[in-house]
Design a protein around this ligand. Structure first.
Ligand SMILES: Nc1nc2c(ncn2[C@@H]2O[C@H](COP(=O)(O)OP(=O)(O)OP(=O)(O)O)[C@@H](O)[C@H]2O)c(=O)[nH]1
Ligand SMILES: [Mg+2]
Length: 353
């Protein structure tokens, strides 16, 4: 095949334009980070340090969300904490309980003027105490689907001594585990097996999606990212909607619109590591897949089912949906996934005329 054939699907400058789309927290930016690790220069010390604040915010905001959830689920009493973070309980509590509420108050304390909850090292002991507390652990492992806890909170909380130290420099693993919501449009270019690639990352929350239209020109392939644990999570923007349902609606809308109708579509079923744990506790038929009649608590069966659900949404039956089950925080996994992606892109661009 001659190079002329590439021109049909690749952009005029022979660049492969890849678009990462999907709802919030599906893992788009984590994949974007992997490209930097695998195909660009990785992270310099300065770049690693720039994540320190994000990680510390993950710690304290994550803890606050967990405390809130523990109250809502009645693991700890809700009346005891005021907005200012002081305890107001007058009921008799055990010594252990009053220690817990004091530490909670310390974590939720806001610096005098600013009203945002911020990290400072004086909160470390309290974060450690509260995280280890039995009731908080129970709340965390309840994994109830109606509250918002960032995915990898335990990763950071279990390593508090390292992360809280004044000498702390974030590692690559820390970067891959931390959570920073994307706003706006981010693009990066890299060379991969003789191909020039351009990868675009956008924010997935509802209020970010109106910006997507601006990146729909000259797309080579769509990479739609779904977090497999979404079946047990609700949207932050709209707690009455199960995330997986939002993902399916969005996928259906995108793959059937004229921009992507004939384009290669890659479906990344992400967070398989967390999914493999969750599926043991919560079956997909308990939440958004009431029609699932496969083997209960079986990861492979559930994944197959979810894959079929998504695939069936594509109206263009001449076009495939290429599925990859991924773990975006695992660099070796993403190395293989990107190899497969390249193979598919090359095959597709050759076969389309
Ligand atoms: N355990 C685990 N965590 C993951 C995986 N992929 C992403 N995460 C975590 O999930 C969280 C959200 O990932 P992001 O990449 O920021 O999600 P996003 O799709 O860019 O979200 P928006 O920018 O809001 O659209 C981060 O804390 C990631 O570390 C995975 O495969 N396994
Ligand atoms: Mg993002």
């Amino acid at each position: 095949m001659s190079h002329h054939h590439h021109q049909n699907t690749l952009a005029v400058d022979n660049t492969v334009n890849l678009l990462l789309l999907g709802i919030s927290e599906s893992g788009k930016s984590t994949l974007f980070k992997q490209v930097k690790i695998l195909h660009q220069n990785g992270y310099s010390k300065e770049e690693l340090m720039s994540f320190k604040i994000t990680i510390q915010n993950n710690l304290v905001l994550g803890m606050a969300a967990l405390i809130d959830a523990a109250q809502q689920l009645n693991f700890i009493s809700p009346q005891t904490i005021t907005q200012q973070g002081s305890t107001t309980t007058t009921t008799t509590t055990t010594t252990e309980d009053s220690a817990l509420y004091e530490h909670i108050a310390t974590i939720l304390k806001r610096s005098s003027s600013a009203d945002t909850l911020a990290f400072d090292s004086t909160k470390l002991v309290s974060i450690q105490y509260v995280w280890k507390h039995e009731k908080i652990q129970q709340a965390y492992h309840q994994r109830h689907s109606t509250y918002q806890i960032i995915d990898n909170l335990n990763y950071f909380l279990d390593d508090l001594d390292r992360i809280g130290s004044s000498q702390y420099v974030p590692t690559i693993d820390d970067i891959l585990h931390c959570r920073l919501r994307t706003t706006g449009v981010h693009e990066t270019k890299f060379e991969f097996g003789g191909l020039g690639m351009r990868l675009v990352d956008v924010g997935g929350q509802r209020n970010q999606r109106k910006k997507w239209i601006h990146v729909f020109d000259n797309v080579t392939a769509l990479i739609f990212v779904v977090s497999l644990v979404e079946y047990n999570q609700v949207l932050e923007e709209d707690p009455s909607t199960i995330r997986m349902n939002e993902s399916m609606l969005l996928f259906e809308e995108l793959v059937n619109c004229s921009v992507f109708y004939d384009k290669p579509v890659m479906l990344f079923l992400n967070k398989v590591d967390s999914f493999n744990e969750l599926i043991k506790k919560v079956d997909i038929s308990e939440t958004c897949f009431k029609d699932y009649s496969g083997k209960k608590n079986s990861a492979p069966d559930a994944i197959k089912f979810i894959e079929q659900k998504f695939k069936s949404l594509r109206e263009n039956k001449d076009a495939d949906v290429f599925t990859e089950v991924t773990c975006a925080i695992d660099t070796n996994n993403i190395r293989k996934v990107l190899e497969n992606l390249k193979t598919i892109i090359l095959k597709e661009s050759l076969s389309s005329k």
